[in-house]
Design a protein around this ligand. Structure first.
Ligand code: ATP
Ligand code: MG
Length: 417
């Protein structure tokens, strides 16, 4: 099943609204084994829409259109579709009744302009809209089934799921494309790619590829199968092999973050954590508490930004700061150790560094961060240089991930013992 996705609206071509409908529809199609050949965005103008629909319906089995089924003169897809089909628009009486009822239920009288929303190209059929006024349009044009849906994402999704998807699933039989991402941290993209090179060969099923997003390397697997079970079997087999090869680099799947991985382990082992942060300004604590239920394992976070607060709140000796500087291994160790003692937590993580853009020196450049991880067995300290070419935001983000990963590895190590 070849598909083309068409988004309509000046808002989109002007860049005022980002086209999220196409991305969502593409994902939905992929899930039922559809191949999206093209996504096209077109302004509210009759001829360009007509020409695009005409070409798309010759090139694909399915054309999914969103936007422009409102009642205004700028809403042109129904006119464009009729023109491409070489037919007139005709009134569909049951639809006009439904639209009128929609207004009545809200205590209003239907404006005359809305009549057009009950008009369809001859031979086309309405698609019920359960959360807005305008019905969608289903029509046959050249080789394609064309579906025109509302632009409002919520209405579009509802209509797609309720009516369009079942129609498409019938077309595509049982074939499905299933996807999964294995998330890794701790190695670069080429390094990860090297370890799974044979699985990434072109033309293979499943297809395997890597994506890099702010130091998280994802391995995406797409498995195509004649049935859901077969696709699932292929997907699971590759996922297991990839996990085996990448070992401890793997921290989760799909939407799981490093914080999720840490939270899960802490939760399972009934352990608690506290944080002491300087350059990350609370980001680590935020990440840990983004997860519902975090009160089970997160006790408290200290944001000790100034030297004085490091001494007053978590008892880092002023003399230590004076001797080594606030950005130093001994201070990172003291921050973690004291935070753990004061909080009475099982673990404490600390970060102290130079997020920039100012404040760096040859000895201590922007991007230098020290981390401490304190637990019953003692305190580990790590030094990282994230690179002075990075923005403040990047350095803080990377420092946060590095800290979470330190704790993740420690928890894995403890579990293995
Ligand atoms: P209405 O009756 O509300 O005018 P419509 O079907 O004509 O419905 P549009 O006018 O094209 O829809 O879009 C309505 C709103 O939906 C837009 O203002 C925009 O916020 C959102 N929208 C439209 N198309 C998209 C898209 N492709 N991606 C994300 N949002 C969109
Ligand atoms: Mg509109």
């Amino acid at each position: 099943m070849d598909a083309i996705i068409v988004s309509i609206g000046n808002e989109l071509t002007l860049g005022q609204t980002v086209d999220t409908n196409s991305a969502w529809l593409s994902q939905q199609l992929a899930a039922i084994g559809g191949r999206v050949r093209m996504q096209a965005t077109v302004a509210d103008e009759l001829e360009p829409i007509r020409d695009l629909l005409d070409r798309a319906a010759r090139a694909a089995d399915v054309v999914l259109v969103s936007g422009g089924i409102g009642p205004t003169a700028a809403d042109l897809p129904r006119h464009a579709l009729a023109a491409a089909m070489g037919v007139d628009l005709v009134l569909h009486p049951p639809s006009i009744e439904r639209i009128r009822e929609f207004f009545t239920r809200r205590g209003r009288v239907m404006p005359e302009a809305n009549t057009v929303q009950a008009m369809f190209p001859a031979g086309a059929a309405p698609i019920e809209n359960t959360c807005g006024t305008a019905p969608g349009i289903r029509a046959k044009l050249h080789r394609a089934d064309v579906f025109v849906m509302p632009g409002v994402p919520r209405e579009m999704k509802e209509m797609f799921t309720r009516d369009v998807l079942p129609a498409l699933s019938e077309r595509s039989g049982d074939a499905v494309l299933l996807a999964k991402t294995i998330n890794t941290y701790g190695a670069g993209e080429s390094d990860v790619g090297e370890r799974i090179r044979d699985l990434m060969q072109r033309g293979r099923n499943p297809t395997v590829g890597t994506t890099a997003q702010q130091t998280i390397i994802g391995v995406r697997i797409h498995a195509f199968g004649p049935t859901r079970d077969e696709a699932r079997r292929l997907l699971d087999a590759d996922a297991a092999e990839i996990r085996r090869r990448l070992g401890d680099l793997v921290f989760g799947e799909d939407d799981e973050t490093l914080a999720h991985a840490v939270a899960k382990r802490l939760f399972e082992t009934k352990r608690t954590v506290a944080t002491a942060e300087s350059c990350t300004g609370g980001l680590i604590a935020k990440s840990l508490t983004d997860i519902p239920g975090s009160s089970e394992y997160f006790l408290n976070g200290f944001v000790t930004y100034s030297n004085e607060s490091k001494t007053r709140l978590i008892e880092v000796p002023a003399e230590l700061i004076l001797r080594h500087g606030a950005v130093s291994a001994p201070v990172a160790a003291a921050m973690a150790g004291n935070a753990r003692r004061i909080s009475k937590s099982d673990y404490a993580i600390s970060a102290t560094g130079i997020a920039g853009p100012g404040g760096g020196s040859p000895a201590k450049p922007v991007g230098l961060v020290f981390f401490g991880l304190s637990c019953a067995e003692g305190c580990d300290v790590q030094e990282r240089r994230f690179g002075s070419d990075m923005t403040r935001e990047e350095i803080r983000d990377r420092a946060c991930k590095f800290a979470l990963n330190l704790l993740r590895l420690k928890l894995l190590e403890t579990a293995a013992r």
